[in-house]
Design a protein around this ligand. Structure first.
Ligand code: MSK
Length: 673
């Protein structure tokens, strides 16, 4: 049996790949369950994703296992995924070529999405510097200087405007470089060990866009047939995705402010029928920040229309961006975006880019919600569309708010049904905020507070929870189950994206959750931080680090830990999990996290089972080369055990190496794992 078949790590349990179609338990979120049943009780015929998921069953087995090739129009070619049948496509492509190509093309999609977002923010920063975006300003000049210094830009004697221009141009150069010099937003944010590894493996991206287009070229008919080479091309594009995410996070912090701890509320109960309610949905804060400002300025008009004011709430990652920086309440994560409209109390939903279901428009017909699209590349037929321009951002945002006020007037006494579920949420933990928290104990070396707690066994390590909802699982269930299990076992928890949304809605971002779910070691650690830093609202069980692009903040955390511990990232007791991964962006993030040296759990089976070779590369060989690997496991309880095993193994090995280094008076080996 080839070694990659001997899957001690990454072994899949025998559970079926799909939850039972029609399973009445569609969500772990009581607000969603109430919203869905309310629809039937009101006799409304509207359908939701939950219904359409059932209608799509059974899904095609070729597609589910990744062996359907639609790359040329002689196809589709459908290959057998049975290891004893060696079928080939019309061109002769084998199953491992087809599965690898399909997989990396989703990395290209995700990377294009994140990088486009980053480029948009870089252009906004350039426009601010050149005086072409008067409604925006530089809110965090200190971060501007820190980012400039990191990029090697001379800061001495330069104005904010000059520096902003140079930082924006450095970011845009990462999208346009003609030479092979590697991306600066990548190379200035990783360990030396990772830089050498990526250079050695020839996966250092230079120009973000070129990495994506090269990958598309590499995978067309008649190009690369070597699955390892194809996957390495995918890793290069995934690292380009990381650079794009880092640009998005850094530059958004400079423009809108670096998040600091804030207290707000989460779940559908934050929608208040007595207000004009506007949901902002998508990912890019350049629009939503203006909607918040416009809503504040138009309070008077809303009151004249009979409302108590204007309430902006968030959905998905635009929601996370506003929650982190402005304390705006979060109404829903990805799978419950439709349920927010079904409350009947949402007067407008303003969307920018990514994760926006086209179904919102049809559903809005039943509830008179204005669906407002704003991106030239994300339109929905029948919606209101604004060609959003930074040069007239506030003026356009005001027009959007006025549309919502108009819808509120029409709402009159029409019946609304808002599920009364909401939870207090303490969020806003950027890396800077976490470091200032740890700095209350050790101002010289803040991250040492975390690494010492791991090395002395108080906590087992750190786990990132990221990613989406995927209706192959009941919404939020896997996120919450694994998180509670890891908390009980003393793992320090950080979250981003819709996983953070799941935690916020379930009340896991509160001090009360520490008392309810943390093991003794974790509780002691968090209480020690609380006593030293004295945060007004206390500290939560799960630390919200932001939106999808803010996974770059989490990577900065494991890089800081590695540097403090004197090892490379694959030696750090740090794991990641995307229990309900759905989007191509999640595939890109998971891939760069593995390449950085992190064990990454995915709770739904991606379409890779059609090739034992590709499956082996992802779950075993990746570990040999990069130190990280994928763990595919659908059962949340088994997954929690596997993540704990990975943390315990790393902590144990680190202890052995520390002991040996002390005994023989050598430095700890930095790069082996
Ligand atoms: S919004 S990519 S469903 S996390 Fe970032 Fe949520 Fe996944 Fe979209």
């Amino acid at each position: 049996m080839p070694r990659y078949r001997n899957t001690v790590v990454g072994k899949i349990t025998d559970q079926t790949r799909l939850k039972r179609p029609g399973d009445p338990k569609r969500s772990a979120d009581p607000a969603v369950m109430e919203g869905l049943s309310g629809l039937q009780e009101r006799g409304l015929k509207a359908t939701t994703s939950y219904d359409r998921f059932v209608a799509q069953q059974p899904q095609c087995g070729f597609g589910l296992t990744g062996v359907c090739c639609r790359i040329c129009i002689q196809g589709p070619c459908r290959l057998s995924s049975r290891s004893d049948v060696h079928q080939k496509g019309i061109c002769g492509a084998t199953e491992y070529t087809v599965v690898a190509r399909n997989l990396v093309r989703s990395i290209a999609g995700g990377s294009a999405n994140h990088s486009d977002h980053g480029r948009h923010i870089a252009v906004t920063l350039l426009e601010i510097a050149e005086g072409k975006a008067p409604d925006y300003k530089i809110t965090d000049p200190e971060k501007l200087r820190r980012v400039a210094t990191r990029l090697g830009i001379e800061t001495e004697g330069k104005s904010e405007q000059e520096l902003a221009r140079e930082v924006a141009l450095a970011a845009l150069e990462d999208y346009s470089r003609a030479s092979d010099e590697p991306s600066r937003f990548l190379t200035t944010t990783i360990t030396e060990g990772r830089f050498k590894k990526f250079k050695h493996c020839n996966v250092l991206p230079s120009n973000i866009y070129r990495s994506i287009s090269e990958l598309m070229s590499q995978t067309v008919m008649g190009m690369d047939a070597d699955p390892v080479n194809i996957i390495f091309g995918g890793i290069k594009a995934a690292l380009a995705d990381f650079a794009g995410e880092h640009i998005a996070t850094d530059l958004a912090d400079i423009i809108f402010g670096t998040p600091r701890p804030t207290v707000t509320e989460s779940n559908l109960g934050v929608i208040d029928p007595e207000y004009v309610n506007i949901a902002t949905h998508g990912h890019n804060p350049t629009l939503s920040e203006m909607v918040v400002e416009a809503a504040r300025e138009l309070e008077g008009e809303a009151k004249k229309a009979g409302a108590k004011g204007v309430k902006v709430v968030g959905i998905c990652c635009t929601g996370n961006e506003l929650l982190m920086r402005k304390g705006v309440a979060l109404a829903a994560n990805q799978a419950s975006q439709e349920v927010a409209i079904m409350t009947g109390a949402l007067d407008a939903i303003v969307v920018d880019v990514q994760c926006i279901q086209p179904s919102l428009r049809t559903l809005s017909e039943c509830f008179n919600t204005r669906v407002i699209t704003t991106s030239q590349i994300a339109k929905i037929p029948g919606s209101y569309h604004f060609d959003f321009q930074e040069s007239k951002a506030l003026e356009q945002a005001k027009e959007m708010v006025r549309l919502a006020i108009g819808a509120y007037r029409e709402r009159g006494s029409r019946e609304v049904s808002v599920p009364q579920h909401k939870q207090k949420t303490t969020a806003g933990f950027s890396l800077e905020a976490l470091m200032s928290l740890f700095g209350a104990i050790n101002p010289e070396k803040p991250v040492k507070v975390l690494t010492d707690a791991i090395e002395n066994g108080e906590i087992k390590g750190v786990a990132l929870f990221a990613g989406c909802n995927n209706l192959k699982q009941p919404q939020d269930h896997a996120h919450l189950t694994i998180i509670r299990e890891l908390a009980k076992n003393d793992v320090f928890l950080v979250a981003t994206g819709c996983s953070a949304g799941a935690c916020a809605k379930a009340g896991l971002m509160t001090p009360a959750a520490v008392d309810a779910f943390a093991g003794e070691g974790l509780k002691k650690f968090i209480k020690r931080l609380e006593e030293a830093a004295k945060p007004e609202a206390g500290l939560p069980l799960v630390f919200h680090m932001g939106s999808c692009v803010d996974n770059s903040r989490v990577a900065d955390l494991w890089t800081a830990m590695a540097e403090e511990m004197g090892v490379d990232v694959p030696r750090v007791p740090f794991v990641a999990s995307a229990p309900e991964a759905m989007h191509e962006k999640a595939v890109a993030i998971g891939t760069w996290a593995v390449a950085m040296g992190i064990p990454v759990h995915v709770g739904v089976m991606p379409p890779v089972e059609g090739s034992g070779l590709v499956y082996g590369i992802l779950t075993q060989i990746a570990h040999d080369v990069y130190g990280g690997h994928f763990i595919f496991e659908r059962d949340p309880e088994v997954a929690a055990r596997m993540l704990l095993d990975a943390l315990e193994y790393r902590a144990w090995k680190l202890g052995i190496h520390r002991h040996a280094a002390k005994k023989y008076q050598t430095s700890i080996m930095a790069s082996s794992w």
